[in-house]
Each structure stands twice: as C-alpha cells, then as structure tokens.
Write a protein that binds this ligand. Structure first.
Ligand code: NAG
Ligand code: NAG
Ligand code: NAG
Ligand code: NAG
Ligand code: NAG
Ligand code: NAG
Ligand code: NAG
Ligand code: NAG
Ligand code: NAG
Ligand code: NAG
Ligand code: NAG
Ligand code: NAG
Length: 680
C-alpha cells in the first residue's frame, strides 16, 4: 500500500531532489533546443563546416600521411553495419558523422577520425551521438584498428547487443566511452577482456538519466567483480572511471586504492554493498566522487577526507553510511556539491561550519540522524556560500523557519519538508526571486497563503505545501488578474483545508503533477479534463460526489490516478482500462461505485497497481486483466463480485498481492499447472 500512501511526496522529492549532477547540462540542452535550431539546420551547419575543413586541409596537408587502405576499409565496413536512425541518439546536437565517410577520400579527413601525423594510423574515433543504430558485430573490423588510442561510441543505439570481447585487442586505448542516455542499448556482461586495456586513462560505461526522471533503469550492463578487479590491477593509470547504473552487485575491492591517478570516480546505482573502501579517501587527485544510491554501501567518513583538497563533487546519498561528518570535510574549499542525503550520519552541525565552503552550490543533508543548526544569530550570514540547491528535508528542524534562509538569495531549490517547523510561513520566501522549487510539506506550519504572494515567485515550477501543515489557501476575491506562476508543473496542496477545487489551477498550462488529497473538495471542475499535460492526479480522501466523468479519459498521459476515499457514485467509465498506455496506478477504492469494472485492458499497458476495493462493484473479473503484464497489486475486496477463483491471474509474472476478500467468489481454489503466481 505504500505506493499510494506517500507516492506524491517521494515523487516530489525526486522531482525536487536538489542535487542532480547533470541538471545544469540538461537545462542548457533544453534551452539551446528551444532556440529552434532544428536538427536540419544543425546538419547543414556541420556539413558546411566539414566541407570547409576538407578544402583547407587538402591544400595544406600534402606532406601528411594518407590513411592506410586496410584501416579505411575497416572503418567503411564498420560504418556499413549500422543504419542511421533519428531516434538512435538522445543528444539534440546529434548528426550522422559517418555520412562523410566516402571511400574515395582520405579517411584521416573523415568526420570523427583522427590519424597519427607521422604514421598515418587511425588513432581516434569519435562517433558519439552519431545516430547509429545496429548491433555490435563480435567480429567487427573495428577491432583490427590496433593503433586506436581513443574510441567514443557514446549515445548511439546498439540494439541490445553485447560489448564484443575483442575490445581487448585495442591495447593502445587510453579513452573508451560507450556511455548512453537512459536505458542502455547494450546488454549482458562487460567482457573480461576489458581488463586487457592496460593503458586506459578513462573508461565510461555509464547510463545517464534525465535528472527529472530518476526512474529505475530496466536494461543494465553487468560487470563481474572479478573483471573489475582485473581491470583495476591492469589499468593502473586510470584517471576517470564511470560505471553508473552498471550492475556490479558485490562489495568493492580495496584494490581501487591502487589507482593513485584517479580524478573522477562514479559508481552511482551499481548495487554495491558492504564496506566502502576507506582507502579511496587517500587518492589525493580526486575531484569527483559519486557513489550515490547503492543503498547497502556502509562506512564512515575518515578525517583524512580533508586531504582531498581538489574535491569538487561528493555524492554519497542513499547509502548506509554512519557516524559523524568529520570537521575536516568542511575545510574542502573547492567543494561545489555535497550530497549526503538518506544515510545514517549523526552528530551536530552548526552554520558556521559551512562558512569556508565558499564554492558550495548544492547541499543536501536530508534524511539522516543529524542535529542541525536552526537559528544561528551569531553567524555573519553575508558570507554564507552561494547555495542554489538546499535539501534539509527530514532534518529534525524545529521551531520557526530559520531566518538565515532569507539571506540565501541565490536559492533556486529548497526542500524543508518533513521537519517540525512551526509558525507562519515567513514572508521572506516570496522575496527569493530565483526559487523554482519550494517544498514545505509535512511540517506544522500554519496560516494564510495568498495567491498574489505566490505570484511573486515568477520562476516557480514546483510547490509543495501539504501534509501536516494547516494552511488556509486564499485565492483572493479578484483572482482573474492574478498572474499565478503559470509555469508550475508540480503542485502539492494535500491537507490544505481546501473546500473548493482551486480555480487558479486552470491557468497552469504546464501542470504535470497535481496532489490535492486530504482536503474537503466536493466537485471536480470540467476544465480539469482538458489538462492533458497531467501525469499524476491525486484527489483521494476528499468529499467528491457525483459520477466520474468519462472525459477523464482525455488525460492520456496519466501515470497515476487516485480518487480513493470519496463519495463517488455510478459506473467506472469503461475507457479507464484503455485510455492511457502510461497509466501505472489506478486507485478508486472506498467510493460507492457500482456496475462492472472496465472490461478491456489494452495489450502492453503499464498498470502495476489496481485498487477497486470497498465499492459496490459486481459481475466477473474481466479476463482481459491478463493483458496487464506489469500488474503487481490487485485489490477488489469488499464488493459484490461473483466469479470462480481467478486462477488465470496466475500467469501474470509480477503479481505480488491479490485481495478478493468479502465478495461472492465461489468454487474450489485450484490452479492448472501453468498458472503459478510466480511472485505472489
Ligand atoms: C585538418 O585536419 C586535422 C587532423 O585531421 C585537424 O585536427 C584540423 O583541425 C584540420 N584543420 C582544419 C583547418 O580544419
Ligand atoms: C536488432 O536486433 C534484432 C534482434 O536481434 C535483429 O533482428 C535486428 O536485425 C537488429 N537490427 C539491426 C538494425 O541491427
Ligand atoms: C562520454 O560521452 C558522454 C556523452 O557523449 C559525455 O557526456 C562524457 O563526458 C564522456 N565521458 C568521458 C569520460 O569523457
Ligand atoms: C592484463 O593485460 C594483459 C594484456 O594487456 C593480459 O594478458 C592480462 O591477462 C591482463 N591481466 C588481467 C588480470 O586481466
Ligand atoms: C597494489 O599496489 C601494490 C604496490 O604497487 C602492489 O604490491 C599490489 O599488488 C597492488 N594490489 C593489487 C590488487 O593490484
Ligand atoms: C596528481 O595531479 C598532479 C597535478 O596534476 C600531478 O602532477 C600528479 O602526478 C598526480 N598524481 C598522480 C598520482 O597521478
Ligand atoms: C591526511 O589527513 C590526516 C587526518 O586529517 C592527517 O593526519 C594526515 O597528515 C593527512 N595526510 C596528508 C598526506 O596530508
Ligand atoms: C560580515 O562579513 C562582511 C563581509 O566579509 C563584513 O564586511 C562585515 O563586517 C561582517 N560583519 C560582522 C558583524 O562581522
Ligand atoms: C539578511 O536579509 C535581510 C532581508 O533581506 C536583510 O535585512 C539583512 O540585512 C540581511 N542580513 C545580512 C547580514 O546580510
Ligand atoms: C537570479 O537569477 C538570475 C538569472 O540567472 C541572475 O542574474 C540573478 O543574479 C539571480 N539573483 C540572485 C539574487 O541570485
Ligand atoms: C487587478 O485588476 C484591478 C482592476 O483593473 C487592478 O486595480 C488591480 O491592481 C489588479 N490586480 C493585480 C494583482 O494586478
Ligand atoms: C476543453 O477543450 C475543448 C477543445 O479544446 C473545448 O471545446 C472545451 O470548451 C474545453 N472545455 C472546458 C471545460 O474548458
């Protein structure tokens, strides 16, 4: 049931999660994208650039070696094994570099190819974001290019093929990049032969994800611990190692400590467990250390962390670290990002400890056992670091909202949720002009919030005020000309004593997530069904009356629909089983709904959670529920269903919970052999 208890908050927290390594990069991308540089324009641009280079180089490079014929052939045959597909790359600047690979020209002049000036051998291939789609051929001619020092195949679509073992033939490689955006298009194990690349300076096998959607990736590469160990033994010059989202599933060998040249180490979400090798903190050249989201990675931070004077990025969030945060950490003057959220760190932190961190831009200490500064009148707040993202959720902050926050004028994202903050919401929030995300949910704040106050926050995209607080939300008498920040995407107003559905929501053109549970709203305005940008809609535990409008099926992007614990009557619109391919959660429990439940469920739907319990529904369970291959939870208890035991549900591979209680099911409980309920 947790899915529906606090989904919103966890979602908000994810959405709001203050410290995402790539968010700046993403924002930039979005920005540049919106400059309306169409792909075609870019293509044209790069082609003309290329033609210019070619003519220039042709006239001046006569003394240079031309490309070796066998290397040229090898490259051409590598090119042939892929097709160009617009959807193969994620980067908006992608273009097909191999288009310039023409047999009659010198391969050293091809886009993405670099040759050695003296020998003419191909030493570098950069085919990043080149719209390549196709499988990696295990016997690809690519692996005959033994002089290669750099190979970048990142951001292409390899059609779920494996990394060929022959990669180990490229023994001169210094840089290897096969990173991808989102779910990797490679599959299987990273071949052990990767450890033969003893000259590697950088190895990047990461999956990057959109920081806004930190969803669990389904396709992941696997890296055996023994392969990692061999790699570390052989590739002793490594400066950068990126394995985010590669499944390692073991403890980390202490041998990492031998890689004394390491600068960037990135093992986010690798399912690592066991003790964190403390020796890593003795790698003096580290600038970037990311071991976030390994959950069962344990350890303490040693005082020697203070020796890492170049460290700019430290993310150890969502692990099981414990103990005090050593004071020496607060002397790392180059630290830009510090994310220690969701661990078991304890001890007391005071505001003045942060004053030396002059570069600090992102700080997240949420969900630990820390006792934090709240008020700190003795500190000279004019010299606080220029923090933009501050996460102090679940930090046991008590009393009034700390006033020093008002002097963090650079703040863009602020999470103070799940504390014990009391009193009125301070007016200074509305002067933090650059706030994009404000999460005050689950405190014991109170008082009136007026719309025109919020309208001062012109950049706000996410606002969470609900849960535990006792806000009275005043729309004001004259809301027609209040310019509420119309760019809001996420709005959380649970437990806000709302009696009416807030009218201003109509003007939020970009709303994706709306949470209005635990209020006293009686009716849903019909304009809501026109908000087709909505992905999550929670109006549970209100006083909703009347029927569910079939127009709800206009909301074709919905992922979560929760209308439970209301007084809704009538039939469930039959389109609810088919209207959205993205719908994962459908919760209509605790109403007075009657009739049959939707009979059709499209193949390939995403439903994971269906709760129709405590209504007045009847009839049989539709056999089409077997189309819900992702279904994990089905609750129809306390209705009037009349059917034999639905053994056929036993073919659903992920089904964990079925509740049929308090109905008119009858007959024997038996399952033919192939209906095994494998996860029940
Ligand atoms: C000429 O080619 C070399 C190597 O291929 C490249 O580095 C250089 O940028 C090119 N020169 C011009 C002017 O494009
Ligand atoms: C992608 O993989 C599938 C299954 O292995 C294969 O049938 C198909 O030909 C591949 N497509 C390309 C473009 O390589
Ligand atoms: C690998 O490629 C990606 C995407 O092209 C890039 O963002 C990343 O910085 C590269 N990794 C390294 C270690 O250079
Ligand atoms: C180290 O690399 C060499 C080739 O470069 C290879 O023969 C050897 O097996 C590798 N060692 C390990 C432990 O992988
Ligand atoms: C680590 O380096 C030391 C000293 O160079 C060496 O003796 C040891 O074998 C190395 N350990 C591993 C596991 O490579
Ligand atoms: C650390 O970085 C410095 C400066 O870039 C460099 O001189 C030194 O060799 C590096 N140390 C190691 C062990 O790579
Ligand atoms: C590293 O830090 C520890 C503890 O702070 C200190 O005793 C030690 O001298 C430092 N080592 C170096 C090489 O700076
Ligand atoms: C606070 O810091 C500023 C800037 O360093 C300085 O000008 C000011 O005098 C300080 N105020 C106090 C009370 O120390
Ligand atoms: C903090 O901000 C408040 C409100 O803007 C201002 O009155 C006060 O002077 C600031 N304090 C410091 C020390 O800058
Ligand atoms: C707010 O953001 C704008 C644009 O990024 C910036 O120019 C301005 O300095 C910021 N304001 C503060 C107080 O940091
Ligand atoms: C709303 O419109 C009225 C009448 O035009 C005007 O007096 C008032 O200032 C406006 N309010 C806002 C917040 O713009
Ligand atoms: C919803 O959108 C349709 C089509 O754009 C429009 O005709 C209708 O009036 C809208 N309904 C409401 C209640 O805004």
């Amino acid at each position: 049931m947790r899915v529906l208890e606090e989904p919103c908050y966890s979602k908000v927290f994810q959405t709001f999660h203050p410290l995402k390594p790539t968010s700046i990069q993403m924002t930039l991308m979005g920005l540049l994208c919106s400059l309306a540089l169409s792909t075609q324009l870019l293509l044209l641009f790069s082609y003309s650039l290329f033609t210019n280079c070619l003519t220039l180089n042709d006239s001046t490079s006569t003394h240079h070696h031309e490309c070796h014929q066998h290397e040229s052939n090898a490259l051409l045959s590598f090119k042939q094994s892929f097709i160009i597909s617009k959807s193969a790359s994620y980067n908006t600047f992608s273009y097909p570099k191999t288009v310039s690979w023409i047999p009659t020209t010198d391969c050293c002049s091809w886009d993405g190819i670099e040759c050695d000036e003296l020998t003419g051998h191909v030493i570098s291939i950069d085919l990043s974001s080149s719209l390549l789609y196709g499988s990696m051929d295990p016997y690809s001619t690519l692996f005959s290019l033994v002089h290669l020092q750099s190979l970048d195949l990142s951001d292409n679509d390899f059609n779920h093929s494996q990394i060929p073992a022959r990669i180990g033939h490229l023994s001169q490689l210094r840089h290897l990049n096969i990173s991808q955006f989102g779910d990797t298009t490679l599959s299987g194990e990273v071949p052990t032969q990767i450890s033969h690349l003893s000259n590697l300076l950088s190895l990047d096998l990461r999956s990057y994800i959109d920081p806004q959607l930190d969803y669990p990736l389904i396709n992941r590469l696997q890296l055996k611990e023994s392969t990692l160990r061999s790699l570390i033994q052989n590739s002793t010059r490594l400066e950068q190692l990126g394995l985010n989202f590669v499944t390692i599933s073991s403890s980390l060998s202490h041998t990492l400590t031998n890689l004394t040249s390491l600068q960037k180490l990135s093992f986010r979400h690798c399912e690592l467990h066991g003790e964190f090798p403390i020796g890593i903190f003795s790698l003096a050249n580290l600038t970037y250390l990311n071991f976030a989201k390994n959950h069962n990675l344990q350890g303490t931070l040693p005082a020697s962390i203070g020796n890492l004077t170049n460290l700019a990025y430290l993310a150890l969030d969502h692990n099981s670290f414990h103990g005090e945060i050593p004071r020496s950490l607060f002397g790392l003057e180059n630290l830009v990002t510090l994310d220690l959220a969701s661990n078991y760190f304890d001890g007391r932190l005071t505001l003045d400890m942060f004053l030396k961190l002059k570069m600090l831009n992102g700080l997240d200490l949420s969900y630990n056992k820390l006792s934090l500064f709240s008020q700190n009148r003795d500190v000279n707040v004019t010299i606080l670091p220029p923090i933009q993202k501050l996460g102090l959720g679940g930090c046991n902050l008590a009393g009034e909202v700390p006033t020093w926050i008002m002097n963090l004028t650079t703040l863009s994202e602020l999470d103070l949720s799940r504390n014990n903050l009391q009193g009125e919401i301070p007016y200074f929030f509305f002067r933090l002009e650059n706030l994009t995300v404000l999460n005050l949910s689950n405190n014991i704040l109170e008082g009136q919030i007026e719309l025109d106050m919020l309208s001062k926050l012109k950049k706000l995209t996410g606002l969470a005020l609900g849960g535990g607080n006792k806000f009275y939300f005043l729309e004001g008498k004259n809301t027609s000309n209040v310019t509420f920040p119309s760019q809001i995407q996420t709005l959380i107003l649970g437990s806000c004593n709302l009696v009416h559905f807030p009218n201003f929501i109509q003007h939020l053109q970009q709303l994706t997530d709306l949470y209005l549970s635990n209020n006293s709203i009686k009716t849903i305005p019909s304009w809501l069904w026109n908000k087709t940008t909505l992905q999550t809609l929670f109006i549970s535990n209100n006083l909703l009356i009347g029927e569910i409008s079939p127009s709800i099926c206009n909301l074709q992007s919905l992922v979560v629909l929760a209308l439970s614990s209301n007084n809704l009557v009538g039939m469930i619109p039959s389109c609810l089983g088919t209207f959205s391919r993205s719908l994962q959660v459908l919760d209509l429990a605790g109403n007075k709904l009657t009739g049959n439940i939707p009979q059709t469920y499209v193949k390939g739907n995403a439903l994971q959670f269906i709760d129709f319990s405590s209504n007045k529904l009847y009839g049989q369970l539709p056999r089409a529920l077997v189309n819900c291959r992702m279904l994990e939870f089905l609750d129809v208890n306390h209705n009037h269903f009349n059917d034999s035991f639905p053994f056929w549900l036993g073919s659903l591979p992920k089904l964990k919970v079925v509740s049929l209680r308090d109905n008119e099911f009858h007959g024997a409980i038996m399952c033919p052999l192939k209906y095994t309920f494998p996860q029940l």
